[in-house]
Design a binder for this molecule. Structure first.
Ligand code: C2O
Ligand code: CU
Ligand code: CU
Length: 475
């Protein structure tokens, strides 16, 4: 049996070394996994789905009997799941009840710039914002979060994030688990820096600002190390890495295999069998896990096998959450041979190759040697053009740099290659965020079908806020 470090790590904010590690485990009793509610469509008009969100202050009991101040949409922490169907006309009324300005960005959604919710679309305290758009993309697990200039890291960290799920004819007809909260579960993983008083306010140290914030506690759907009762059968997990800075390497502690069926922008063509899954900030993966061979009462732990440069938080694996197998036998779901069909974009159709060079450390994080300037449009793209973006990560700094998850607004893209080699099987579908290792070059391709101003940036939120971001305009 693999030793699993129960919970958490150090109280120290210095995550490179800690001579006095103390853990919070005596302050936490494992709770059931909170399942965010599905948000109700409040508009009786069948041709318009209307959703109301309010960003607000709240308190959440993360440590036992201790209230932490958090932020949430329509609640204390995180937000409800918005579920729509391809072809839907959608209107959202977003009210800001915070004491500060915010924005609401649809991460992964293909919409015009004015509805994208990037840093230009500020919503002042007490005001509302009403984007409207049509869903023109396949079934996928997307998400929403604030995007205010220099405040994204803080607002997401303190609790503002939620899932945005698209269904379509393919997802409707595939014989896979799709009963929300029964065999189809949202799993939002975020690490936080908590102290014994439950303080979860955003207060990054020097190292966090440079490397991205790494917490001492793993939260899933807002709860520490929760458990989820699962049927003795196939379960679908919609994983979102909603963390500010941490990249996870997930495994099941019993070494059991699972199948990735979707990446950021939707289903892969075929399920990919794996025993370990890497997910960098903002990336999503839908996986199928088969619990049918287990016994009632068995506990399977989802672990993070961490060990990145200067970031080792434990000698062992860290528990993220547990699955407890119940005696409910569920319908059998064989792993589908084929999930969907994806039209590969032909690199010969690209009219231009744009270079995006990520570089720097600390306070000088740049893309193409520039730091984000709200007044500057860095790239201009012609509407409906297909382009290749060659995204590289220049080795910098004494330790040779660090990996950056590059994200592009307003589109889903395909990965042509990594350093000239074909991407791994789980990166052959639609993506909107791609981890680029130091020294690596990744070529991506997409067609720009929506007008407006959009961002591209590193999705380590401390890096984004520090200016590792640029703007492109499609016209
Ligand atoms: Cu998750 Cu610029 O966004
Ligand atoms: Cu985005
Ligand atoms: Cu970065």
């Amino acid at each position: 049996v693999i030793g699993v470090t129960l919970l958490l790590l150090y109280l120290s904010k210095d995550d490179t070394s800690s001579s006095n590690p103390s853990d919070l485990s005596n302050l936490v009793e494992s709770k059931p996994l909170p399942i965010p509610p599905l948000l109700e469509d409040v508009n009786p008009d069948p041709n318009l789905a209307e959703f109301h969100l309010t960003a607000q202050h709240g308190v959440t009991e993360i440590l036992d009997g201790i209230e932490s101040e958090t932020l949430g949409y329509n609640g204390n922490i995180l937000g409800p799941v918005i579920k729509v169907h391809e072809g839907d006309r959608v209107k959202v009324v977003m009210k800001n009840d915070l004491r500060e300005a915010t924005t609401l960005h649809w991460h992964g959604l293909r919409v015009d710039g004015e509805n994208d919710g990037g840093p230009h679309s500020g919503i002042k305290p007490g005001e509302t914002w009403e984007p409207e758009f049509t869903i023109e993309q396949p079934a996928a697990t997307l998400w929403y979060h604030p995007h205010r200039m220099h405040a994204t890291a803080k607002q997401v960290y303190e609790g503002l994030a939620g899932l945005f799920i698209i269904e379509d004819a393919v997802s409707d007809s595939l014989p896979i688990p799709k009963d929300y909260g029964v065999n189809d579960f949202p799993i939002i993983i975020q690490d936080k820096q908590l102290d014994a008083s439950g303080n979860m306010q955003y207060d990054p140290g020097m190292n966090d600002m440079m490397m991205g914030l790494y917490g001492n506690a793993y939260l899933v759907n807002g709860a520490i190390s929760p458990y989820l009762e699962v049927p003795k059968g196939m379960v679908r997990l919609r994983l979102l890495n909603g963390s500010n800075g941490r990249t996870y390497h997930f495994e099941l502690h019993n070494g059991q295999e699972f199948y990735q069926i979707a990446s950021d922008g939707g289903f892969l063509e075929k399920p990919v069998e794996m025993t370990s899954l890497t997910l960098s900030p903002a990336e999503r993966a839908e996986i199928l896990v088969d619990f049918s061979a287990l016994e009632t009462g068995d506990e399977i732990t989802l672990i993070d096998t961490v060990s990145e440069l200067g970031k080792t938080i434990s000698e062992d694996e860290v528990e993220v959450m547990k699955f407890t197998v119940t005696d409910t036998e569920s319908e059998a779901y064989p792993i589908p041979e084929q999930l969907t069909e994806i039209d590969t974009i032909d690199p010969a159709d690209a009219v231009v190759t744009r270079e995006m060079v990520m570089a720097g450390v600390g306070s000088t994080l740049t893309i193409n040697d520039k730091s984000m300037d709200m007044g500057v449009i860095d790239e201009v793209v012609n509407l409906n053009d297909t382009e290749i973006w060659e995204v590289s990560n220049k080795r910098t700094g004494v330790q040779g740099g660090m990996a950056h998850p590059f994200h592009l607004h307003g589109v889903q893209f395909q990965v042509i290659d990594r350093d000239g080699n074909p991407p791994p099987a789980n990166e052959t579908g639609w993506k909107d965020t791609i981890l680029v290792e130091p020294g690596e070059t990744v070529r991506i391709i997409t067609t720009f079908n929506h007008k407006g101003i959009f961002m591209y940036h590193c999705h380590i939120l401390e890096h984004e806020d520090a200016g590792m971001m640029g703007q492109y305009e499609v016209k």
